[in-house]
Design a protein around this ligand. Structure first.
Ligand SMILES: Nc1nc2c(ncn2[C@@H]2O[C@H](COP(=O)(O)OP(=O)(O)OP(=O)(O)O)[C@@H](O)[C@H]2O)c(=O)[nH]1
Ligand SMILES: [Mg+2]
Length: 251
């Protein structure tokens, strides 16, 4: 039987989470501003409290317990630290700056005493101070490849600029290493960036460029830490990945 246009759309464009049969997906299950289908594992998405735990300068110094975690990865200045503050609704939980290279260590934040958000140093910013142009390859890659409690990497992509080679390289590296990842497009409020295109066009172009490397599109979502766009949706998405992960761990 020929696969219908709609079924092909569900299978190739949407992110269908564990617990959902692609044939059962309906429009109202798709989170706005994303390709993410909400499934039965979603829940407990509210953030009640957040505590800074520690900064580590080597992957092996990171907290050693079995709590699931999400890592924020992306170019310097893409808005990783801002996204953390936006998710937890506190201004200065993670320190942000107009100058790239602000975050230089692996910072663990404990949410609701049960899971971690991890702020990482940014990669590839030519104008960063010398000290910030660290060797991403050994430092951050070591963390990714050895962190068993990592549920998903949130790869942040600045939607106010056209696709950048370094982000595509990073997405492909994560893909090749079978890392679970979510593309989080940031700065979607910058509708009229001086140079270039609008966020939705930049996002479409980015997704088109990575498409051939994935059989199923990784989940992606639009956010703005200025307007609050995508906050609840991203938290729901993280909850379904986390709850599924917890479930697998205890089986
Ligand atoms: N317009 C707009 N600006 C943003 C948004 N998110 C972050 N910014 C700004 O971008 C700059 C960098 O933000 P950070 O959160 O410090 O970026 P980072 O990725 O943590 O940077 P490093 O720690 O240097 O790797 C700051 O000036 C933020 O105010 C957004 O959604 N919209
Ligand atoms: Mg930062």
């Amino acid at each position: 039987m020929a696969i219908s246009e709609a079924a092909r759309f569900v299978r190739t464009v949407l992110f269908v989470p564990p617990g959902v049969n692609p044939d059962d997906v309906t429009d109202d299950m798709i989170l706005p501003g994303s390709n993410i289908v909400l499934g039965p594992y979603a829940g407990d998405a509210k953030i009640k409290d957040v505590d800074f735990v520690k900064s580590s300068n080597r992957p092996k110094d990171c907290p050693k317990d079995d709590r699931p975690e999400f890592a924020m990865l992306g170019r310097s200045n893409v808005g990783k630290s801002s996204l953390i503050n936006f998710l937890v609704r506190k201004k200065e939980v993670a320190l942000t700056s107009k100058k790239p290279g602000k975050t230089q260590l692996i910072n663990h934040f404990l949410v609701n005493k049960s899971w971690y958000i991890v702020d990482l140093p940014g990669y590839g910013f030519a104008n960063a101070p010398e000290s910030a142009r660290m060797d991403w390859s050994s430092f951050t890659k070591g963390y990714f490849l050895n962190r068993e409690t990592l549920v998903s990497v949130l790869l942040l992509i600045d939607a106010s600029v056209p696709p950048q080679k370094i982000d595509l390289d990073c997405a492909n590296w994560l893909g090749r290493n079978n890392m679970s990842m979510t593309f989080v497009f940031t700065k979607c409020d910058k509708m009229k960036g001086g140079k270039g295109r609008r966020p939705d066009e930049n996002i479409r172009n980015f997704l088109e460029l990575i498409k051939e490397n994935y059989r199923q599109h990784p989940p992606w979502i639009m956010t703005s830490s200025v307007t609050g766009l995508g906050r609840d949706e991203l938290l729901f998405h993280m909850s379904q990945l986390r709850n599924y992960w917890n479930n697998e761990e205890t089986d």
